[in-house]
Design a protein around this ligand. Structure first.
Ligand SMILES: Nc1ncnc2c1ncn2[C@@H]1O[C@H](COP(=O)(O)OP(=O)(O)O)[C@@H](O)[C@H]1O
Ligand SMILES: O=c1ccn([C@@H]2O[C@H](COP(=O)(O)OP(=O)(O)O)[C@@H](O)[C@H]2O)c(=O)[nH]1
Ligand SMILES: [Mg+2]
Length: 219
């Protein structure tokens, strides 16, 4: 508005000022829920309908694991197979880089769905250290379903996913990690009134209807 007025008055505004004004602080929605709850599926639906960029921490870690010359490949591989959470120094750098690259490419892309993070206390601390003040966490979108549903869906996904952790042995560990480490993080945000819970046990379309209602309300 102010630039519009200035331009009408023929006041010259340096382009660098325009750019600085256009670069928005990243707006973040953390997407959490058990393994197989449907986080990735719903994030894909959201991206089709809303102006969000989807960043899956798990996908970023898997890409880093496969990157030639990565010094963390082996470590990531063993953590994922074991259902353990990779030290945040690795994950937060991947997330930060992905956010920066997205915003550098298109300054209108400042809304992010961060899927599968923060999963434990260490993750949360890393986020606070690196991103506090630099990004705004709007709320947590929590896909809630039973461990049985999680396991069934991951085993089904395992038939074609090629993932090293979609098997019964890894899944038992992932469920334990989820219950012991991730649920307390969700509770922490709940106490701050920041959790929007979705019943994830229903069909994809029904779940998405609820997600849409939440996003439309949040603006
Ligand atoms: N609401 C749903 N009902 C049934 N199956 C689902 C639903 N949402 C996702 N799936 C399937 O379950 C598996 C896990 O979904 P995904 O989105 O990858 O979950 P997450 O990212 O939480 O692990 C996938 O095979 C997916 O197709
Ligand atoms: O912030 C993260 C996200 C994922 N992971 C690891 O990556 C695995 C798979 O995560 P993803 O989110 O892809 O699994 P999903 O919950 O979607 O099945 C997890 O079990 C962890 O071992 C991690 O260490 N830190
Ligand atoms: Mg996923």
């Amino acid at each position: 508005m102010i630039f519009h007025l200035l331009s009408r008055l023929s006041v010259k505004v340096p382009s660098v000022v325009y750019r600085a004004a256009l670069i928005m602080k990243p707006q973040v929605v953390f997407v959490l829920g058990g393994p197989g709850a449907g986080k990735g599926t719903q994030c894909a639906r959201i991206v089709e309908n809303y102006s969000y960029t989807h960043l899956s921490a798990g996908d970023l870690l898997r890409a880093e694991r496969s990157r030639e010359g990565s010094e963390f490949g082996q470590l990531i591989d063993s953590y994922i197979k074991d259902g353990k959470i990779v030290p945040v120094e690795i994950t937060i750098n991947l997330l930060r880089k992905a956010m920066e690259e997205t915003m550098e490419m298109d300054e209108k892309k400042f809304r992010f769905l961060i899927d599968g993070f923060p999963r434990n206390e260490d993750n949360l601390q890393g986020w606070t250290t690196v991103m506090e003040g630099k990004a705004n966490v709007k709320f947590v979108l929590f896909f809630d379903c039973t461990s049985e549903v999680c396991i069934d869906r991951c085993l089904e996904r395992g038939k074609s996913s090629g993932r090293t952790d979609d098997n019964r042995a890894s899944l038992e560990k992932r469920i334990q990690t989820y219950l012991q480490s991730t649920r307390p993080i969700i509770s922490l945000y709940e106490k701050q009134g920041k959790v929007r819970t979705v019943d994830a046990s229903r069909g994809v379309d029904e779940v998405f209807d609820h997600v849409k209602a939440i996003l439309d309300k949040e603006g």
